[in-house]
Design a protein around this ligand. Structure first.
Ligand SMILES: [Zn+2]
Ligand SMILES: [Zn+2]
Ligand SMILES: [Zn+2]
Length: 262
């Protein structure tokens, strides 16, 4: 059986945890698992290192996890907590001859180009810039070793995708950091997923219009018979140990630096 790994670079919601100025028990917690940079993850197989999203904490995340090389970036959507670290991708371009492939839905790729026109201007050849290659996603596509299925989800007004990743003869892992619900057409793709990494912003007593609660995430795991559920994109309403206690044994919160092998 083929194997790959996942390294959580960040597991927090858009403002991160601690929240500026907040003195709540999670923001002041001594448990490092309650410190969350903005959500991002790296999937690594034998030949492929795939970064998902380039949030505002990318520089710090790369330094602390010794991430020095990526083969491609795969974007979920164009909210700033997932794209604002775009310029940090420069450091991953200096040592490569070819362009850095950026995969994402058309809305996200268009937003990246609008925000960083210099990087996408092919007449600019300055070596210090990112040299991106836009790769619009389809339903099924490949990035290096990974076979990927895009999962259409509802997340407010922004075109947003989660992804199902697998190698030939490997476990199936889904990463869906931002969603209120999975669109019906993508539910089937998630059936019997080995590991569902999913948005669990906060508890259901404070529902959010565009994010899943912990309870909604657990219900989705149940619906698709996920063998393991890992909650991410967590807010300061969610205390690490407490969510562990409130959920079933196969469900747990992610934390920055968590590494999983599949
Ligand atoms: Zn987000
Ligand atoms: Zn707080
Ligand atoms: Zn979002």
């Amino acid at each position: 059986m083929n194997t790959f790994s996942a390294l959580f670079l960040g597991t927090g919601t858009s403002v991160g945890v601690p929240v500026i100025g907040c003195k709540c028990k999670v923001c002041t917690s001594k448990n490092p698992k309650n410190n969350r940079l903005r959500s991002s993850i790296v999937f690594k197989s034998k030949n492929t290192t795939l970064l998902i999203d380039s949030g505002p904490d990318l520089r710090q995340q790369a330094l602390r996890s010794n991430l020095t090389h990526i083969d491609a970036v795969l974007y979920t959507h164009c909210h700033l907590d997932h794209v604002a670290g775009f310029d940090e991708l420069r450091a991953f371009c200096w040592n490569r001859e070819d362009e850095l492939p950026l995969f994402g839905n058309p809305e996200t790729l268009a937003a990246l180009e609008r925000m960083h026109p210099w990087a996408f201007n092919s007449s600019v050849t300055h070596r210090g810039y990112i040299r991106p290659s836009k790769r619009p996603i389809s339903k099924q596509f490949k990035i290096g070793d990974f076979n990927i299925t895009s999962l259409a989800v509802e997340h407010g007004t922004v075109e947003t995708h989660g992804y199902l990743l697998e190698l030939p003869d490997s476990k199936k892992v889904a990463y869906i950091s931002d969603l209120k619900s999975v669109k019906e057409e993508s539910i089937e793709d998630l059936q019997n997923v080995d590991c569902l990494i999913i948005d669990g912003l906060r508890y259901a007593d404070q529902p959010h219009p565009t994010h899943m609660s912990v309870e909604e995430a657990c219900a989705l795991g149940e619906k698709v018979s996920a063998k393991q559920v890992i909650l991410t994109h967590l807010s300061h309403e969610v205390e690490h140990e407490e969510v562990n206690e409130r959920t079933a044994a196969h469900i747990s919160p992610a934390y920055d630096g968590l590494e999983l092998n599949f």
